[in-house]
Design a protein around this ligand. Sequence first.
Ligand code: ATP
Ligand code: MG
Length: 424
Amino acid sequence: MQSLRGTKDILPNEIHIWQTIHKIAHNTLNIYNYEEIRTPIIENTELFQRSIGNFTDIVNKEMYSFHDQGKRHITLRPEGTASIARALITNKMYTEKPINRLWYLGPMFRYERPQKGRQRQFHQLGIECIGSDMPVADIEVIKLANEILQKIECKDQYSLEINSIGNLHEREIYKLDLVEYLKKYENELDKDSKNRMSKNPLRILDSKNLKTQEILKDAPKLKQYLNKTSLKHFETICEHLTYLNIKYKINNYLVRGLDYYNYTAFEIKTKNFNQQNTICGGGRYDNLIEQLGGPRIPAVGWAIGLERLILLMQKSISHRIQQDRIYIAIQNLYTIDILWDIIHVLQEYQLKFELDLSNNNLSKQIKRANQLKAEICFIIGENEINDKSITIKWLKTRTQQTIKLSNLRKYIKYLKRFHYLTKY
Ligand code: ATP
Ligand code: MG
């Protein structure tokens, strides 16, 4: 049996990377008062159509949608922001606090052609700062993305690109002029861009096609359509980023694939050139919550694709797997008291152990302990069972000694004092 195309098992030997990311995210974001939120994986299809937009790639071709037994239109979430906006409205979270700082980590689903860094079930870590239209909120979220990436040891392997895509009104006027300009070159545009002319012309700016890029060079620039407020918002962000020593590049062609953004749009890209080089995408979305039937609440956030991040980490981090544990080799698995008495003491001191369940002879069990690179092997043979003792064998040095079970606590305390044993 195979797993579905574009999905992957995360096996026990990889899980510590995921746990590390969760821990780093929690620690970093907690300090800035971001709280974790977990929303359902399934939502009404309409939620994504109304938020992400019907003419975007995600809604148009990438959604996992189905009818449930009650004939409801359901979609596996392709991203996190729409669900969070929905949760904010459903639970009236805005009535409790003027600002909701939230983060999430979980699987997302998009029907795309699987390739390196692109899966059909993938994971995003994301944050949303909901309730402020001040540029400092944008800076706070960008700074946090930067901090998390640094802690994950991706230093200098990525760069931040930022743009202002203005407000809805400014964009509408710009779109008209852009389309008018592009009409002259319609036949020279790539197929995708041609399709986008009527539906989503801004996305043409994002085209990877060289000919289209050439044509765009002389196209009207979105920046020229921004009014004072939009420009001020953007300039403030740039000034703060400079003060914070966060390097950025202004990319006038950066528009992002989702409809709900305004003002700030940014991406963090890895420096190694490959097709899937965007690890983080984000921006401001001041109209989304209102658009979904909530009050007018401005917000800003980002999402990091974790599979792509992990590809980077694997280059920079040496993954140490903690092997040290106490292996319990026991002659007779039907022995009741001594077995559980030992285990309870180890548990009490939070020492990691593994009980041999094979019922093989002792020498085979000790061999297994060596293969697993355990630190210590507790050997409980007939003699030990009879006089309630344990033979403790240090596998690296091959030294061993026998102690009374009643002295086990004292022995562990002694070892701990000299840091022979680590706590798990
Ligand atoms: P791309 O241009 O690579 O398709 P996107 O603009 O569709 O990315 P976003 O919707 O902004 O991506 O999602 C944020 C991040 O989630 C991306 O930067 C990427 O790291 C990750 N991501 C998006 N789609 C996938 C996928 N199919 N597989 C793995 N990671 C993904
Ligand atoms: Mg995409």
